[in-house]
Design a protein around this ligand. Structure first.
Ligand code: DX5
Ligand code: ZN
Length: 229
């Protein structure tokens, strides 16, 4: 699977979301939308009504990252509203099989996210229910945090776990992904890259996306895990 870039609007101007979405549409693959409820994480962003409005304006498919409690109840409506991908946290979901299936049944790709301190091994059996595994490379809740290198060994293990299952699950990294860190993420096995401050903090967000993609593609071309792809 080719490199995909998903700019996070968490670092965009929330009063101008449609314009901020349009600013990356020529360069990005997805628009990453961070839904935070002030319970699962200590920050509050936006919910379903704002996502519904954004879906009416955004040309890119929307990649919803739900950092919320009770995703079993709240996640399927994001898929029903038309999000292209809906990701729930392993630490919050109570019935992952039912919830991931409900997301798929509503027509979205199903995602499972894990915090930096959460092991992935216990989710191996769930992989057939998952279209994308999201490895958080910061503690979730805020943009602009420092990338956590301690996640790198887990990213390598995730890539081999996915490869054993045929390699169709996308591996997303989120948090501190920038020009300094994207190459090592690609080299370790990530293929979908979320970037907030590295994109929306740049003078030209679309140009920043193109530069990140180029770096990730070059690193992937040299990566052992991607050999023969
Ligand atoms: C953090 C969010 C991220 C955030 C990343 O909890 O999930 O998507 O926007 O921001 P940067 O790229 O600035 O670390
Ligand atoms: Zn996110």
């Amino acid at each position: 699977m080719a490199v995909q870039i998903s700019p996070s609007i968490l670092s965009a101007d929330f009063a101008r979301l449609a314009e901020e979405a349009a600013a990356v549409e020529s360069a990005a693959d997805w628009l990453h939308v961070d839904v935070m409820d002030n319970h699962f994480v200590p920050n509050l962003t936006l919910g379903l009504p704002v996502v519904e409005s954004l879906l009416r304006h955004a040309k890119l498919p929307v990649d919803c990252h739900l950092m919320i409690e009770d995703p079993d109840r709240h996640a399927p409506p994001f898929a029903e509203a038309g999000a292209g991908s809906v990701t729930v946290h392993a630490e919050a979901v109570k019935a992952p099989v039912r919830t991931l299936r409900a997301i798929r049944a509503a027509g979205a790709r199903s995602g499972l996210a894990v915090n930096p301190g959460t092991a992935i091994e216990s989710y191996d059996d769930l992989l057939p229910e998952i279209d994308m595994l999201l490895l958080m490379t910061v503690e979730p809740g805020f943009g602009g945090q420092k990338f956590l290198d301690l996640v790198m060994p887990k990213l390598r293990r995730a890539r081999s776990m996915v490869a054993k299952r045929g390699g169709s699950v996308w591996l997303q990294v989120d948090g501190g992904v920038s020009a300094e860190t994207i190459e090592r993420c690609a080299e370790a096995g990530a293929d979908v890259f979320v970037a907030g401050s590295a994109v929306y903090g740049a003078d030209d967000p679309a140009k920043a996306v193109r530069a990140l993609r180029e770096q990730a593609e070059t690193a992937t071309a040299h990566a052992a895990w991607a050999a023969g792809r």
